[in-house]
Design a protein around this ligand. Structure first.
Ligand code: NAD
Length: 506
């Protein structure tokens, strides 16, 4: 029986007209020189929500020139940590002030639920505050034991001009994992949001302007990966590329950046396993698994999209997840009761469906869902909560990022088998373990290949804790104190303080 909890079209007001979005270059808001624009419609409601300037090489070059000037000749990189922190704190307060407006636009452009968008904007403000605290903690080392005539200093410098390229699934949150940390370090930036969700990054630019960030310190260029992203990854004026997005594009960026040996930080995809041992609290696990797979409609790098469950409890756990899945409210993102909204695009929905159909054709079983979801009064961009069992480890649905509300269930018998399955994907972003035995949890945490491990929980996150992937999930770390180190360069200073150096030429 395919009954789900559906929240139909609410009576929340939709925008009368789309918001016009411009580039921010050298402190000035501008349209594209050729007047090109891109319209974005709400994936849930189909109405136009933004019309963004569509940048080209010209805009990307102008933004890079402005960022370079602001770094090489401007006051920002040499300003005190205290001054930079003060500005970042002002931005955080402005984000709080405009939270409802930003969240509404985020929900409209991305299709995510309004309550979740509100929480994300609140979390983003916290990141700006946390980065402000780091701005005052930048310090290097001193070496006073190099002999009587020598003092060694290790200085931390801002790396320079950073280009930041972001995806559509958490637009405001992800730029807030990068930009405040780079600004805290004293860097300047050129930001390119996803062409599907440019709105809230532009709103952030307006807040930065209001907070009086100096002209050219942060620039925003709207447009597509080709050509804007390509210029930001290749141009010799860029010292570092900070990218969040798919592994395929991440590889292209790393290759493009290699010609000038830029620093590259990559936050990429994941195929994140949760291993459930027989002694686990199955009710707790089932709820966290539902959260992990349906949060953001599964369009989440941290999606808990596959579980590896001990054979003895597989049937009982699957039944619990199926029952919970029917209760998760899918539907209108603007209704505060909704927990899962719309899929970003029709093309993406077709890709999700393709994975499910492929698995079923290869012998997997549909325990729930497996088709588009009809949400009364709204368009066709919703997908049912979907659970696929009898998944074999070599199926694409078990190894590749589906990026939809689709759970794959695999089973194991021994600990070694569970670890082998968990480590079998090319990705290594996050992983989870469910057991009441702390030794089992610790053993798993030490042997699993992942940047983050959750034990008896899923997807908790803190500004203080670093986040990033191993293997093909990326390189580098965001958040925590590592979040600012990414944007700092190490410089060694060796000072002779005695009188004689000792002649080299006799
Ligand atoms: P995507 O790779 O298609 O696009 C990301 C960004 O790159 C967009 O701004 C896009 O315009 C730009 N881009 C595309 N081609 C480019 C090129 N050749 N050169 C430079 N820039 C280019 O990703 P997406 O579909 O927007 O986002 C989904 C992906 O992001 C998923 O794989 C997801 O796992 C990943 N993601 C990872 C994290 C993380 O922290 N690890 C977080 C969120 C999303």
């Amino acid at each position: 029986m395919q009954d789900f909890t559906v929240i139909p079209a609410s009576n929340a007001a939709l925008p009368d007209a789309p918001v016009a979005l411009q580039h921010w270059i050298g402190g000035v808001w501008v349209d594209s020189a050729d007047g090109a624009t891109t319209e974005r419609r709400s994936p849930a409601h189909g109405v136009p929500v933004s019309v963004a300037a569509k940048g080209g090489r010209l805009e990307a070059h102008a933004a890079l020139a402005a960022a370079r000037r602001a770094f090489d000749a401007g006051a920002w990189p040499r300003s005190s940590g205290k001054d930079r922190a003060t500005l970042l704190l002002r931005v955080a307060d402005l984000i709080d002030r405009d939270r409802a407006t930003i969240a509404r636009h985020e929900a409209l452009e991305s299709g995510k639920p309004i309550t979740q968008a509100m929480a994300e904007i609140e979390g983003a403000a916290d990141l700006w505050r946390y980065a402000a605290s780091l701005a005052r903690m930048i310090h290097g080392d001193s070496h006073n034991s190099l002999g009587p005539d020598m003092l060694g200093l290790v200085l931390k410098d801002p790396i320079g001009v950073v280009s930041m390229i972001t995806p559509w699934n958490f637009p405001f949150l992800i730029i807030s994992q990068k930009l405040p940390f780079a600004l805290a370090a004293g860097c300047t930036a050129v930001v390119k949001p996803s062409e599907l969700t440019p709105g809230t990054t532009v709103m952030l630019g307006h807040l930065l302007e209001e907070a009086r960030v100096p002209a050219g310190v942060c620039n925003i260029v709207l447009g597509h990966g080709d050509p804007v992203g390509e210029v930001l990854a290749t141009d010799s004026r860029v010292d570092m590329v900070s990218f969040t997005g798919s592994t395929a594009v991440g590889k292209r960026i790393a290759a493009a950046a290699s010609a000038t040996l830029k620093r590259v930080s990559l936050e990429l995809g994941g195929k994140n396993p949760q291993v459930i041992f027989p002694d686990a609290d199955l009710d707790q696990a089932a709820d966290a698994i539902a959260f992990g797979v349906y949060f953001n409609a599964g369009e989440c790098c941290n999606s808990g999209s596959r579980i590896i469950v001990h054979q003895d409890v597989a049937a009982a756990l699957t039944d619990k997840i199926v029952a919970l899945s029917r209760r998760v409210p899918f539907g209108d993102p603007l209704d505060p009761r909704t927990q899962v909204g719309a899929i970003i695009s029709p093309e993406h929905l077709a890709k999700i469906d393709g994975y499910v159909r492929g698995a079923v054709a290869a012998g997997a079983t549909l325990a729930l869902g497996g088709a588009a979801l009809d949400v009364g009064g709204l368009g066709a961009q919703f997908y049912q909560p979907t659970i696929v069992t009898d998944v074999r480890p070599d199926m694409p649905i078990a190894l590749e990022e589906v990026f939809g509300p689709v759970l794959s269930v695999l089973t194991f018998q021994t600990f070694d088998e569970a670890i082998a399955l968990a480590n079998s994907a090319a990705y290594g972003l996050s992983a989870g373990v469910w057991s009441k035995d702390v030794s089992t949890c610790l053993d798993f945490a030490r042997r699993v290949q992942a940047g983050t491990v959750w034990t008896n929980t899923w997807m908790d996150g803190f500004a203080e804790l670093p986040f990033g992937g191993v293997k093909q999930s990326g390189q580098g770390r965001e958040l925590g104190r590592y979040g600012i180190e990414e944007f700092l360069e190490v410089k060694t200073v060796q000072m002779r303080i005695g009188t004689t150096r000792g002649a080299w030429v006799a």
